[in-house]
Structure formats: C-alpha cells, structure tokens
Ligand binder design. Structure first.
Ligand SMILES: C[S@@+](CC[C@H](N)C(=O)[O-])C[C@H]1O[C@@H](n2cnc3c(N)ncnc32)[C@H](O)[C@@H]1O
Length: 354
C-alpha cells in the first residue's frame, strides 16, 4: 500500500487508526497527549510524540476545565517499598507549585523576556531556580560554578551542539544529516545577509527532496525533534538567558563568587545585562567559551577543592567530563547538581535507550 510518509494527526485515535492500516508511512507524529499507551498498536515504534501548540492548548484547556482529573494521580505504588505512592504532577498541581514560589522580581522579568524567545523551555523553572538558591544557602556556599548559562539563538542549531545527544538518547544514525542541515542553514543565512533560517524549513526541504531521510517536527516550544526511520530520536537545540545563574548569584554573600561558563556570546550579553540590573555583576565571573576548557584551566590555576557548589546544565554529551572535572574542583562536602538526568523520562524508555 502506498501512502504519505508522514502524518501529523491531531488526535490520538487518528494516530492509532493510521498505524495498523498503513505499512508505508515511515513515521507518524502525534501530539504528546496521544501518549496513552493503550492506543498504540503493534507499529507503535513508528509513532513519535511531539509537543505541539494543539497539545499545549489541550493541556491548558483540560487543566482549566476539569475539576476532578487535574488532581495528582498515583502513577506507581509498590509494596516492596512500603506501598509508597508516587504521584504525577498535573497541570493544576504544577500551577499551584508555581504560584507559591517566591520568585524575585528581577528573575520574573528575565523569565518574561526569555519567554518571548524560541527555546525558552530550556531555562530552569522558577521552582528549580529557588531549589538551587536554597541549596546554595543551606550549604553556606561562597564559591560556585555554573556550566551552561544560556543562549539566545533564535535558530535551532547554531551555537547549540548539546543539541545532538547521542549518548543519552541512544542516537546513532542521524548526526551526519543534522550536520547537513546546520551547514545549509549557515550558507542560506550568509547569502541572505544574516537572516536566520528555521531548522524546520531547511529540514522540510531536505526531507521532501529525499536529501535526508530524517523526518521532523518543529515543536511549539522551539525544540527540534529529529527522528530517523529507525525510531532514533535526536533532541536538538538548547537555550537561554542566565536565569539559574542569577538565582544563585542573588543569594550568594557579598564575598561569594559564581563562575558562569557559557560559549554563546550573544547570550552572555543578555545575562550580563541582568547581572548588572540585579547588582550582582561583581559576584559573577563569566567564562566565555567551552565549559570543559574553563574547568580545566581553573584546575591548572590551582583552584582544585575550592568550590562549594556546582550546577551543570550544558552539553549533555559532555556531562561525564564535566562531572570528573567538577569532582576535582568542588571540595569534599560540597554539592554538584546535575540537570536533565532523567531526560524527560527517556532514560527508562527502552525504545530510545537501547
Ligand atoms: C539548558 S541551557 C542553560 C539554561 C540555564 N540553566 C537557564 O536557566 O537559563 C544550556 C546552555 O549551555 C550552553 N552550552 C552548551 N554546551 C556548552 C559548552 N560546551 N560550553 C559552554 N556552554 C555550553 C548552551 O549555549 C546553553 O546556553
């Protein structure tokens, strides 16, 4: 049976009915809300869940209009662990959490500015930032390191190579094709006087003309999810604007110091503006460049064992290296906090983590 290569069904039942009937489509993209496993029939390895504006709207709509389904639901209970009940965070519960976070005004402004940029989801959330700030305070930390401050690229891949995360997501095949897309973006951008070309557009063209066998969906929140016919998923693009580092700097004592590593200069300009506005610039030592290089040079300068706290939220492929370097830099009894370790739950998903 012939048929289209890609469907973009907007409802789960449609995805479910398309999968078993068609042998040809390589991939079927469905919004996240179709993640009801019982709807996924035998060919479910061809179903890719994406975040879409429709899904986001639906989540908001359901959160606002449902009186009973928005309460925390028990997703696991295990008698081996004393019948501990694990709940899932529902939109209503998360709204409750966010509305009770004490977020300083300057952080709110930074968050709101960032929210207008593509990729703002990469910024830590207000609750996460306040957790970091609280840990720093409890620890009485004075010397801190943050790996990955933010970026402000409007464009999918430039300046964001933690974009491609083969280790965590079990990616193998698609990296060469991503390179092609990045290269093409740069060429077009150069020809058109610096105009930034969305990866999605380049991706569509390449894919349509069979230059690449990648299918893609450009998510509503700026994440670019590439999927090969082998159900490998590449999560591309990371971002934004120094929110977590500012949260840390704000609670550091006057004598405190935060080394903030970031390779994207444009991003740093925004961050510095906010450090200035918040009156914490004197506490932040910005290291522009690759984070691992910055950490190595700190070790060479004899700064081993002198840091109290580190937060890692940069290139995922480099995490093991950051960790080894930070073990040298952070003192005994200090704290290293690492973001994204569960990688949106994918670490437990055998389909993406073979
Ligand atoms: C997820 S964002 C950080 C978001 C930040 N924690 C916040 O709350 O706004 C990751 C950042 O790490 C930066 N980054 C990625 N790889 C890097 C590397 N090798 N060296 C330095 N910075 C890097 C990216 O440019 C990006 O801005």
């Amino acid at each position: 049976m012939s048929g289209p290569d890609v469907f973009l069904p907007t409802c789960p039942s449609m995805a479910a009915s398309l999968l078993p009937r068609s042998t040809y489509p390589r991939l079927i993209f469905a919004p996240l809300f179709s993640l009801q496993r019982d709807l996924l029939l035998p060919s479910s390895d061809r179903l890719v869940h994406v975040s879409s504006p429709i899904a986001a709207f639906n989540r908001r709509f359901r959160a606002q209009n449902s009186n009973n389904s928005a309460d925390a639901t028990v997703v696991a209970g295990d008698e081996n662990y004393g019948n501990k009940r694990v709940i899932s965070v529902t939109p209503r519960l998360y709204d409750y959490l966010l509305s009770n976070v004490r977020e300083p005004e300057i952080l709110k402004e930074l968050r709101e500015e960032t929210a207008t940029r593509r990729g703002s989801q990469m910024q830590v959330s207000p609750d996460q930032a306040q957790l970091l700030a609280m840990l720093v305070q409890i620890l009485g930390a004075e010397k801190c390191i943050e790996v990955g401050v933010y970026t402000v690229r409007a464009n999918g891949m430039k300046g964001n190579d933690h974009a491609v995360e083969p280790v965590i997501l079990g990616m193998r095949k698609a990296q060469g094709q991503l390179m092609v897309i990045t290269l093409l973006q740069s060429v077009v951008s150069f020809l058109f006087n610096g105009t930034e070309i969305p990866s999605s557009m380049v991706g569509i063209l390449l894919w349509k003309h069979r230059i690449t066998n990648l299918a893609f969906f450009y998510g509503s929140i700026g994440s670019l999810i590439f999927t090969s016919p082998h159900n490998d998923v590449l999560f591309c693009f990371s971002c934004f604007t120094g929110y977590s580092s500012l949260a840390i700097a704000l609670v550091l004592p006057e004598s405190g110091r935060l080394v903030a590593c970031e390779r994207d200069m444009k991003s740093l300009e925004v961050a510095k503006r906010y450090y200035d506005r918040a009156g914490v610039s004197h506490k932040v030592d910005v290291k522009h460049g690759m984070a691992a290089d910055a950490l190595k040079s700190m070790i060479q300068k004899g700064e081993s064992c002198s840091y109290d706290f580190a937060f890692v939220d940069a290139e995922k492929r480099m995490y093991h290296e950051y960790f080894e370097l930070l073990l040298q830099l952070v003192r005994v009894g200090g704290l290293i906090v690492i973001d994204n370790v569960l990688w949106h739950g994918k670490v437990a998903n055998p389909l993406v983590n073979k």
